[in-house]
Design a protein around this ligand. Structure first.
Ligand code: FES
Length: 333
């Protein structure tokens, strides 16, 4: 393997096997790097190569500008060293969630249909996973080796039983042809994680607005449960947006939880149906409910258009940008 020297305030050296991606090697060695998509599309993981050869497949200039590429920047989630190398990591590296990445093997405990084209999958894992509320794992689709990403919906306190929400993608190799088709209790699945820095900031005690679109609810369910474990009185406003009543799930879960936690408010929002919860998009419902969000923080997860509209709504109500945490989610086939 190649030795990668990490420069910066906390110099370290990391072993990187041939073909192994830098981000994977860093996170496995406990050297935290900011990261989000692990697919070369967000630009969060960029680092600067100071010396040595690092190979990277062509990346779009919208993710890594031509000038940055000329200056030696690469995406750590896409590139692998082909010699020993020295890498400069950005400020803030090392201060993230910091749970070492590892391979996980688990056994399906339950596959349960919870709404139209939506499953809840619970997987028992051999060794409890250290993660922060909001993070995700990658699962390998058997036979074809494709990777899919799912956020944990369970809080970190139940680290040996992971819960995922899976939405069917028509004709999708992971969902339609595997998880919805044949995955069953007792099957073994291979994963690696945890990934991502869309995480619950446990230092902040501001009241929280959680905006979910579809199965974007999963990481927010983890965050809400974690926050309520830390402070059962915490003020949390959860908005869950779906199209139709038949797409909505976990209603009973949230209604039961609101009975136990006076600070929790649960608002389902249907964009195409009337007669249950609120009618409209989550961002618009938030605008109608609040005159000011100045002292609040927000966590948003869902399809890109929903997240963008939700962020706009928070900003229009004067929420400071630094209090807004977001993760965009695009179902992969
Ligand atoms: Fe998103 Fe690497 S480009 S984590």
């Amino acid at each position: 393997s190649h030795t990668v020297e990490v420069t910066g305030p906390d110099p370290r050296s990391v072993a990187c096997a041939p073909g192994q991606r830098l981000l994977d090697a860093f996170l496995r060695s406990g050297v935290y790097l900011p990261n989000s998509c692990n697919q070369g599309t967000c630009g969060t993981c960029k680092v600067k190569v100071l010396s040595g050869n690092v190979e990277q497949p062509a990346v779009s200039e919208t993710v890594l500008g031509a000038d940055e590429q000329a200056d030696g920047f690469v995406l750590a989630c896409q590139s692998s060293p082909t010699s020993d190398a020295r890498i400069e990591v950005p400020r803030g590296a090392g201060s993230g969630p910091g749970h070492p990445l590892r391979d996980l093997s688990g056994v399906v405990h339950e596959v349960r249909e919870i709404a139209d084209d939506t499953l809840e999958l619970t997987v028992g894992i051999d060794e409890p996973l250290d993660f922060s509320a909001g993070q995700y794992i990658e699962v390998t689709v058997p036979g074809i080796g494709h990777i899919r990403q799912y956020s944990m919906a369970n809080p970190p306190s139940s680290a040996d039983r992971l819960e995922f929400h899976v939405r069917r993608v028509p004709d999708g190799v992971a969902t339609d042809r595997w998880i919805f088709d044949s995955l069953d209790q007792g099957h073994r699945i291979e994963m690696r994680g945890p990934w991502g820095d869309f995480v619950h900031d446990t230092e902040a005690d501001a009241p929280m607005i959680l905006l979910a679109g579809g199965t974007g609810l999963a990481p927010l369910k983890s965050i809400a449960r974690h926050a309520l474990e830390l402070d059962p009185e915490r003020e949390i406003h959860l908005y869950h947006g779906v199209r139709h009543r038949s797409d909505l799930y976990d209603v009973e879960f949230w209604e039961t939880l609101t009975e136990r936690h006076p600070g929790l408010r649960y608002t389902p929002c249907l964009s195409r149906d009337d007669g249950f919860g609120r009618h409209g998009y989550v961002g618009d419902v938030v605008l109608a409910d609040f005159d000011s969000l100045r002292g609040y923080s927000a966590y948003l997860c869902g399809p890109p258009a929903m997240v963008d509209a939700g962020v706009k709504a928070c900003k229009r109500r004067r929420m400071p940008g630094r209090n807004i945490h977001r993760e965009k989610y695009t179902p992969a086939p």
